[in-house]
Structure formats: C-alpha cells, structure tokens
Design a protein around this ligand. Sequence first.
Ligand SMILES: [Mn+2]
Length: 192
Amino acid sequence: MEKRPACHVKRQTRETDVQLTLGGAAAELALPVPIFRHLLGAAVATWGLPLDLSATGDIDVDPHHLIEDVGIVLGQALASYLPGYRGVERYGFALVPMDDALAEVALDLSGRPGAYLANMPAGAVGGVDGEVFAEFFHGFSRGALCTLHIALRAGANRHHAWEASFKAFGLALRQATLPRPGLMLSTKGVIT
Ligand SMILES: [Mn+2]
C-alpha cells in the first residue's frame, strides 16, 4: 500500500487562523487553549496519524471560534486526505474507559454531516464549557462530511468524560481510516 500524500489545509478568517498538515512527518499542536491542546492531543495519539497544527484566534472573546474552526479544518483535511473515502474501512467504533468515565463513539465516513452528542457534561473543564468541545465535533462532522455519534455511558468527572470521548473519537477514526484497498461498503457504489 503506497503512502498517501500529506494534506495541507489553511483557513483564515477575521476570527481565526488555522493551518495544519495531516499525515506528514512533523507532529506538533500549537494551540493557545491548553485544555483543548490536551484533549486534541489525546485524540491524535489514539488515531495514530501525524497531525501538525498551528492555530490562533480571538480567544480573548471566547475559545468557541478557535475550537470550532480547528474541528472544521481537521475535518476538511481528512476529506482531502482520503478522497471519496474510497479504500478505507469507512466505519469506526470505540468504547473507552477513563476511571469513572465510559465514552462511546461511532463514526461513519458517510459523505453526510451530522454530530450527535448524548449525555455529555455542560460544565467547564480547564476553563472551557462543555458546549464548546461539542462545537469541535460539530465542526469536524461538517468539514469531514461524516456521521458522528458520541455518548457518555457513565462518568461524573467532566475532565474524564471529555478526555475519554476524545480518545474514543481518535480510536474510531483509526479504525474507519484503516486502508482497505478496493473496499467500498456502499450499495450505492459511492459515498454521498
Ligand atoms: Mn487529562
């Protein structure tokens, strides 16, 4: 299986500046929101695909824009890295425990956007509200054109709940993006 070329995406708006390379050699997350860097780093570690990312933005207003836009750009990069989602597993599923928390992620590289989160805590972790982490997943789903279900099955500790979810997201991506040359799990014959 020949290695896929790395994918570069750059997106600049009045709110944020995000640039990343997916599947390249270097891998560093330059992000000005420490808790998000921690959580995204957990997802990248379980995914196993090198991500080099640099993002800045108007976090003095709210980290919402930056975190959502990183999700959008990462999703767009995945869609570019795996054109048409041909030759990969397509579906990914993971159940990840972290102490009291148990998070479940099911992912379909379906060509259609949709992120559905259940039972995730709304309160803040590391100074960022839970609803902002949810925006990362909504943005990713829109950028990648994928269906994403995330459910917290158990857990009272918010840090554990989100970290288990990001890890499960990475593991589900690892599975869904596994190379399967010639595989097309669609009766339509095309992902759309
Ligand atoms: Mn942690």
